[in-house]
Design a protein around this ligand. Structure first.
Ligand code: ATP
Length: 263
């Protein structure tokens, strides 16, 4: 039997809006298993990032939250940065430009693992090598702007796993990258999650990516979870019309154009 990582029961998140409240999540029930790779898909504004922030305990103070999230493996709940690593879409803005790569990557290890300076630097070096940054020793003293978008995302991933979290949340982590780099970053996430036995929750617009990486898929629409289950089932035999239309839209977009076909 699979062990539960987190169980959401009736989770709602809303924000004050003129004339009332707007729901970013509404009555979400979802079970996430330990070691699972869960893809969260759905159109823009459907509540995907809100779910990620709710799981990480990082919702802003103005969010009204109800319902319950249980984490059986964490007596006091997981801590973002320590137990849950986060990778976001734009590493350009998530990496502080005035800190060196060594400082950025070792920060989580210093804060959460209480490593001393020398140990933390060594840990940063190991992590940079692990995420395949070329010349990791030199990279330690360089700054984020000296790296390409794909390399910056590798560095952001090294930061996210610095304290050896059990869960990695990737929120559109490959969306800002070109297709080749996307594939490389996806392969890196896949390798790290496999090697460390982490659970992976990844939010994506890209159904092909979800199909490739995920064991399970949860589909959101207008703050509601409309369908969830094993990836093969959700993509192969979707129950909801909305899921069918999402898949169909994706197939239309990704179909090669028939250039040169007679009219
Ligand atoms: N801090 C906030 N204050 C007010 N409304 C918010 C806040 N954060 C999110 N929302 C609203 O909640 C809804 C869900 O947003 P969320 O970012 O979770 O969607 P999403 O599916 O991740 O979208 P995208 O794919 O565009 O990132 C949206 O209508 C958004 O405007």
């Amino acid at each position: 039997m699979t062990e539960p990582l987190a169980t959401l029961r009736g989770v709602s998140v809303s924000y004050a809006r003129e004339g009332g409240r707007a729901f970013a999540l509404r009555e979400v029930d979802l079970a996430i298993a330990k070691g699972e790779r869960l893809a969260i898909i759905g159109e823009s504004g459907s509540g995907k990032s809100t779910l990620a922030l709710a799981l990480a305990g990082l919702l802003p103070p103005e969010a009204a939250v109800s319902g319950q999230i249980d984490w059986p493996g964490f007596a006091e709940g997981p801590r973002a940065g320590r137990d849950i690593g986060m990778v976001f879409q734009d590493p350009g803005s998530s990496l502080n430009p005035v800190l060196t790569i060594g400082e950025l990557v070792s920060e989580g290890a210093v804060r959460h693992l209480r490593l001393g300076r020398a140990e933390a630097r060594q840990r940063a070096l190991d992590l940079l090598a692990r995420v395949r940054i070329p010349q990791p020793e030199a990279a330690l003293d360089a700054y984020p702007h000296q790296f390409s978008g794909g390399q910056r995302q590798r560095i952001a991933i090294a930061c996210a796993i610095a304290a050896s979290p059990k869960v990695l949340i990737a929120d559109e982590a490959t969306s800002a990258l070109d297709m080749i780099v996307q594939a490389e970053i996806t392969a890196l996430l896949d390798m790290l999650v496999r090697e460390d036995g982490m659970s992976l929750i990844f939010i994506t617009h890209d159904i092909a990516l979800a199909a490739k990486l995920a064991d399970s898929i949860a589909v959101f629409r207008d703050a509601m979870l409309v369908e969830a289950g094993p990836a093969r089932q959700v993509l192969g035999r979707p129950v909801q019309d909305y899921t069918r239309s999402l898949i169909a839209t994706h197939i239309d977009f990704s179909s090669p154009r028939l250039i040169g076909e007679p009219a």
